[in-house]
Ligand binder design. Structure first.
Ligand SMILES: Cc1cc2nc3c(=O)[nH]c(=O)nc-3n(C[C@H](O)[C@H](O)[C@H](O)COP(=O)(O)OP(=O)(O)OC[C@H]3O[C@@H](n4cnc5c(N)ncnc54)[C@H](O)[C@@H]3O)c2cc1C
Length: 114
């Protein structure tokens, strides 16, 4: 699930405390007339932006980062992740953003929303 802070905090009345024209992305400015926005509106804005720019396709959901270390020789990050819920096993896999080594958690849902 994308949205970070704005997905996690859902209590009634949750809202921004500074104006959305400042908090919003420069490349996709906040257009709503309400400068102080409620949480669900901000969450929609973040999700719509991720979809519009294809960022959602680059996110690995249900992956919890356990550790990250920089390899100077390979000039990339080695990231160990725990996957949840789908039975995915870790075998080491190369991606554009770096090498990813999956640690098989076998614990079901990690509870991470990322
Ligand atoms: C009530 C409230 C009002 C706010 N109002 C404003 C405002 O008006 N103006 C302003 O500028 N800022 C405001 N903020 C702050 C702003 O929302 C945050 O600074 C911003 O959302 C942080 O974005 P982020 O992407 O860095 O982190 P987050 O939104 O926290 O996202 C981090 C993501 O990483 C994931 N994650 C964490 N650990 C791991 C792991 N080990 N492996 C995988 N994923 C992981 C989390 O699940 C989450 O999805 C407000 C915050 C709150 C709570």
């Amino acid at each position: 699930m994308s949205g970070g802070t704005w997905d996690l905090f859902r209590y009634p009345g949750v809202r921004s405390d500074s104006d959305m024209y400042t908090l919003g992305y420069r490349f996709r400015p906040w257009r709503d007339p309400k400068a102080i926005a409620d949480g669900p509106s901000i969450l929609n804005y973040i999700r719509d932006t991720a979809i519009e720019y294809g960022v959602d396709k680059s996110i690995r959901f249900q992956h919890r980062v356990q550790s990250a270390s920089w390899s100077s020789s390979e000039a990339r990050w080695m990231v160990e992740v725990e996957t949840g819920g789908n039975g995915e096993k870790g075998t080491g896999r190369k991606g554009d953003a770096g090498t990813e080594r999956h640690a098989d958690a076998g614990t079901g849902d990690t509870g991470m929303r990322g």
